[in-house]
Ligand binder design. Structure first.
Ligand SMILES: [Zn+2]
Ligand SMILES: [Zn+2]
Length: 452
């Protein structure tokens, strides 16, 4: 967009600046640090080894804060002093479990902090940058990235010889036990060492507690609405699950101008919060029972049931769904890892919810499956073949971290995307276990651990 002040710039000047940009591009293509000048990152290799810091560690049968010592880093790794981290529901079962662990590990798979050292081969970030460490990498060079699918970057989806570890341990405990970062990322420690492929530098004055939400849940949920599928203005959107991911999708519905955003969640306070975040109606799936699909379909049928006047009747002929349904459906309920302290979900396995989400979409509509189920999901074959619904994988909502996270920063700065309201409670590192427990209990939307 050209602003008013820019519109006064002459065409000649624009062409000139365009030429300068091209020149810069050519210089970069030519390569060499000279072209980048002061852009060359400050390199500090080896100097961080042995550094001590504290971190929450799941080891043996427990989870507690340990004093850790940093091990040598890879030349492509970045040493980050953590500023804020939000535990994700995905990690609660592993973190709070009491079974003996295979290896000692700092939980979580995202974080936010300031770069304190970079390896010799790191190009993306510099010392002093504040960086979002995202749950998915974007290397830009692997087969998936080259197909335009960095949401499946092969750096994240490591495939190596059986038994091999994709990421080395990054620290050790006082007794010498090697400590890994969960998924190579971790986040719940004062220091992180992330491969640069996961790091997105952000240049903004926004608070760390808000920016850390862009590494995982909020960014993933918001991405569901535009990264892979695009919620169209005026369209009908239905979102199963109004947790931190589903609320991101609900906010996407609001920001992108959906005509209707239907939130579906059994937890009363989450339904009420969803209405504040952009849902136009919030439905309790427990109260609706098996009628939930018909309820959504009824809400989407339009102002009348006159087929030739833009409305549609609803009903079934054989196994073909004749009613309209939502244009876009996001399933962000997920399976229940722990019995919550608030209202439980109607189907803890999430199998039924996945099927309901799929069945709520209109013929030719789009369904994004973000929550997991660990069980097989039986789809009716004829409907699967005939109804033209496209199922999209919800791996980080299709997020392209390097493209999308800087955009979300701008949306937060402009007051379009609300990150602050998503934070229910703040914790210290020593309260890290409590933050994970509250996440498991579903008594909060998002908890943020702030590092002093
Ligand atoms: Zn997560
Ligand atoms: Zn890649």
């Amino acid at each position: 967009m050209i602003s008013d002040s820019n519109s006064r710039v002459s065409r000649r000047k624009l062409l000139k600046s365009g030429a300068a940009a091209l020149g810069g591009g050519a210089a970069l293509l030519g390569g060499g640090a000279a072209a980048q000048g002061q852009q060359a990152p400050a390199i500090a290799t080896g100097t961080q080894t042995g550094r001590t810091f504290r971190g929450l560690v799941r080891h043996d049968t427990t989870l507690d804060v340990q004093e850790l010592r940093l091990l040598a880093t890879d030349p492509r790794q970045v040493v980050i002093r953590s500023l804020a981290v939000a535990p994700c529901y995905t990690i609660v079962r592993g973190a709070l479990g009491t079974n003996p662990t295979r290896r000692a590990e700092v939980p979580n798979h995202c974080g936010f902090g300031v770069v304190e050292a970079v390896g010799a081969l790191v190009k993306r970030v510099q010392v002093g940058d504040r960086v979002v460490v995202a749950g998915t990498s974007q290397c830009g060079q692997c087969y998936q990235c080259l197909q335009g699918r960095p949401d499946f970057c092969q750096f994240t989806f490591f495939s190596g010889p059986q038994g091999s570890e994709p990421f080395p341990p990054f620290a050790e405990m006082r007794d010498g036990t090697k400590v890994y970062a969960q998924a190579g990322i971790g986040g719940m420690s004062e220091v992180m060492t992330a491969f640069e492929e996961y790091c997105v530098p952000v240049f903004t004055d926004l608070p760390s507690a808000e920016l850390t939400l862009l590494g995982d849940q909020l960014a993933s949920g918001f991405a569901a609405g535009h990264a892979r599928i695009q919620f169209e203005a005026g369209s009908d959107v239905a979102v199963f699950g109004a947790g931190p991911v589903g609320l991101g999708a609900i906010q996407a519905g609001r920001v992108l101008g959906a005509g209707q955003v239907i939130a579906i969640d059994p937890i009363r306070y989450r339904r009420e919060f969803a209405l504040k975040m952009g849902a136009t109606i919030a439905i309790d799936p427990v109260a609706e029972g098996d009628g939930i699909v018909e309820r959504v379909r009824e809400l989407c049928k339009g102002p009348n049931d006159r087929r030739f006047a833009g409305g549609s009747s609803w009903g079934r002929a054989g196994n073909a769904v004749m009613g309209r349904g939502a244009d876009f459906v996001v399933e962000a309920a997920g399976f229940q890892s722990f019995p919550p302290k608030v209202e439980a979900q109607p189907d803890p396995t999430n199998v039924k919810t996945v099927l309901q989400a799929w069945d709520c979409a209109r013929m030719g509509g789009h369904v994004m499956l973000m929550g997991f189920t660990l069980q097989p999901v039986p789809f009716p074959g004829a409907s699967l073949a005939l109804l033209g619904r496209t199922i999209h994988p919800g791996q980080q909502g299709g997020l392209h971290i390097m493209r999308d996270i800087p955009r979300y920063v701008k949306l937060i700065e402009r007051g379009k995307l609300d990150a602050r309201s998503m934070i229910t409670k703040r914790y210290t590192l020593d309260q890290g276990r409590e933050a994970i427990q509250d996440t498991a209990d579903r008594t909060i939307i998002t908890g943020v651990i702030e590092f002093s």
